[in-house]
Design a protein. Structure first.
Length: 276
């Protein structure tokens, strides 16, 4: 049971970090975006490790016709989710400007577009993943936060709050200690790259401003990411989390009720078969 509690807390922290990554303008912009992106990669490996036994057992039985359809669907969903997350991380490395700039590919507009598409696909797949497992999640949460007598488990609640506080504190610490020199360095690198590709188009433009040029103050939070202004909207931490959790809710709720209806029909058909 303690392992299930660990899964819930770990996945919640991973979800919050992921939605912050959906808007590259939050906190210090690119530095946080790239570092947290690599952290998410490690968190995914931890997630797989926590569910290692299920992965092994299901893989062995995947061709067994007796395997429940929900389990087979969940397995396929997890494979797609792993592929999309891998695509996000790999494309992120290929357009890195801070953590791994030596891996960056010049003129990587297509890769940026693929990075954004993979991120959006991952967002949708995570929503489906949570929706399919919503009953299990609620069951674990009820057992975690309430005792058999119906009393609130204050220790577990305190652990969750402490974990969220540590995450918030870590984010705040990063925001306050990130040096502006990183932004200036990235601005210089990006400006040199763009000047090399746009030199021929700017010869006869006089003093006209290039709208694609990086702001001279090195602020990357207003720069176009993934081929668009990030994913739009405010860069306020609370609003970003609220916005993307609302998107997840719009996916989770119908998924949960569709699954619930299918299970009810399955039970009804079994009852009819038994009574006939």
């Amino acid at each position: 049971m303690k392992k299930n509690y660990t899964k819930i807390v770990h996945d919640l922290l991973m979800a919050i970090t992921f939605v912050l990554l959906m808007n590259p303008r939050v906190l210090d912009g690119l530095p946080f975006h790239e570092i947290a992106g690599l952290v998410i990669g490690v968190a995914i490996l931890v997630h797989i490790g926590l569910n290692y036994q299920w992965v092994i057992n299901t893989t062995k039985k995947i061709l067994d016709p007796k395997l429940p359809k929900k389990t087979r669907f969940s397995y396929l969903l997890n494979i797609l989710l792993l592929i999309s997350m891998a695509a996000v991380i790999v494309t992120g490395i290929l357009i890195s400007r801070v953590v791994l700039p030596s891996f960056a590919i010049e003129g990587s507009h297509t890769i940026r577009e693929l990075h954004g598409f993979s991120a959006d696909a991952t967002l949708a797949l995570v929503g489906l993943h949570v929706g399919v497992h919503w009953q299990w999640i609620m069951s674990i949460c009820k057992k975690a936060f309430k005792s058999k007598e119906g009393k609130l488990r204050k220790g577990v609640l305190a652990s969750v709050i402490l974990s969220l506080a540590i995450l918030a504190g870590g984010i705040q610490w990063f925001a306050s200690t990130a040096t502006p020199s990183n932004g200036e360095l990235m601005a210089k690198q990006m400006q040199q790259s763009e000047q090399a590709t746009t030199n021929g188009n700017t010869t006869n433009q006089g003093n006209m401003t290039n709208t694609n040029q990086v702001p001279p103050n090195g602020d990357f939070r207003e720069r176009k990411f993934h081929g668009k202004e990030g994913h739009g909207g405010s860069s306020n931490l609370f609003l970003v989390v609220l916005n993307y959790f609302a998107i997840w809710a719009a996916i989770i709720i119908p998924t949960y009720y569709i699954e619930k209806r299918l299970l009810r029909k399955k039970r009804e058909s079994r009852l009819r078969a038994q009574t006939s």
